[in-house]
Design a protein around this ligand. Structure first.
Ligand SMILES: C[S@@+](CC[C@H](N)C(=O)[O-])C[C@H]1O[C@@H](n2cnc3c(N)ncnc32)[C@H](O)[C@@H]1O
Length: 400
């Protein structure tokens, strides 16, 4: 079977009417598939290593290469892409912190650069421009798209933008990460008949990737031992899920870098007692191809996004352990409403934009859309004021 036929078959099994990628995309996927096959050919590799290569292998991975990814023509839509209202509200929270402690903004994983563009325009209106707006983006392809998006800004704003390759030694100001943590590789684990396994990836004789039980790594074992007893005792005889071991190191690095200011982390996910519910027995891993979601990370390599929900209890604990203060936690809808999204929408003058915003507001705020599935977690250092974004709702107590 040719590689094109393999992709056709995979797509048909997912949903018969999904569009076939063009020749260039299929060739790209084949190159990544060959690379991944070599990687796992001699021995299974942990899923986190497979996911890292699948998404970020230089020049090949889903995020590193040229697929459309974002927006209606891509695979998924993120909140800043839906409407400038999202970034304009977030800018109010950023401005409040910058007014207290000054400094810069550092955005991780800026996608196409839409949030950076709208945020800078809004901060200029609020008279709260940061000294610098730094972007740390692991994908060279997306860095290029960010440069194109930000090229439309007036020079006064554009010259504040700087792309950096690594975290600075220290900074004061605001760190932003929207849908970045969900794009970091996760460790996949399995509980079977009272025993913990790490899930790895192997290559079957028919050339398809598959799950393979492996002994758990030490970090996974320590993590599992530290899970609350009420969660472990309720696990059914067969249970699969994920944990975010890579994220812990990232949060520690943030804490070491931020001397004063706030990190605002926005993503889909839930507190730990909901994450590891007995009935969620296949975890939260989810893949997106042209707005169609499913749970098979082994098909369509390089053509689909692979992501997992965030355990916000673990994220808060990682933050506290690293020396942050927990400044707030709530649903995205409450956060945006605290920051005046409805008033912001009413003030829009352009009729076409009003119509687009009406649709966007539904997606951003409705509970069954992004409103409740997305959460906002704020980790701070040396801040005096309470944050306006959590004025209507602060659910830090739900994290325990
Ligand atoms: C789902 S996209 C979200 C993009 C954008 N923030 C948005 O909301 O539209 C994930 C982004 O995170 C980036 N990314 C993933 N891991 C990263 C890391 N460790 N540091 C910086 N960027 C990262 C990806 O390359 C991509 O730009």
């Amino acid at each position: 079977m040719s590689y094109r036929e393999r992709i056709q078959q995979q797509l048909y099994r997912l949903q018969p009417r999904l569009p076939l990628p063009d020749d260039e995309a299929i060739a790209h996927s084949e190159a990544l598939y060959r690379y991944l096959s070599t990687l796992v050919a001699s021995a299974p590799v942990p899923f986190s290593a497979y996911m890292n290569e699948l998404l970020y292998a230089p020049g090949l991975g889903y995020y590193s290469a040229g697929a459309a990814k974002f927006g209606e023509a891509g695979d998924f839509v993120t909140a800043p892409e839906l409407s400038p209202l999202f970034s304009r509200c977030l800018a109010r929270q950023v401005a409040e912190v910058l007014q207290e402690c000054g400094g810069q903004v550092l955005e991780f994983g800026a996608g196409r650069g839409v949030m950076a563009r709208d945020m800078l325009l809004a901060l200029a209106e609020l008279n709260a421009l940061p000294e610098r707006y730094c972007i740390l983006e692991v994908s060279a392809d997306l860095q290029q798209r960010q440069r194109e998006t930000l090229a439309v800004l007036p020079a006064e704003l554009r010259q504040r933008v700087q792309w950096i390759e690594t975290m600075p030694a220290t900074m004061t100001g605001v760190i932003l990460a929207n849908e970045v943590l969900d794009a970091m590789p996760v460790t996949r684990w399995q509980w079977r008949d009272g025993q913990l396994f790490e899930l790895g990836v192997t290559l079957r004789d028919d050339g398809e990737f598959d799950w393979q039980e492996m002994p758990p790594s030490d970090p996974l074992r320590y993590w599992f031992e530290a899970l609350p007893d009420f969660i472990k005792q309720a696990l059914p005889a067969f249970y699969r899920s994920e944990c975010h071991l890579w994220q812990a190191g990232w949060v520690q690095a943030l804490a070491a870098m931020l001397e004063r200011g706030l990190a605002i982390l926005i993503d889909y996910g839930m507190p730990q007692h909901e994450y590891y519910l007995p009935e969620r027995d296949d975890g939260t891993l989810i893949c997106y191809y042209r707005h169609h979601s499913h749970d098979n990370p082994f098909v369509l390599p390089g053509l689909q996004d692979v992501t997992a929900h965030i355990d916000f209890t673990a994220l808060a604990e990682q933050g506290l352990d690293a020396g942050f203060d927990l400044e707030g936690f709530c649903h995205q809808a409450a956060f945006l409403q605290s920051l005046g999204i409805l008033q912001e929408a009413e003030a829009v003058g352009d009729r076409h934009q009003q119509l687009r915003d009406a649709q966007a507001l539904k997606r951003l705020l409705m509970p069954h859309e992004m409103g409740e599935s997305f959460k906002v977690l704020a980790l701070g250092k040396q801040l005096q004021q309470s944050l306006r974004g959590f004025a209507l709702s602060d659910q830090r107590d739900r994290l325990g």
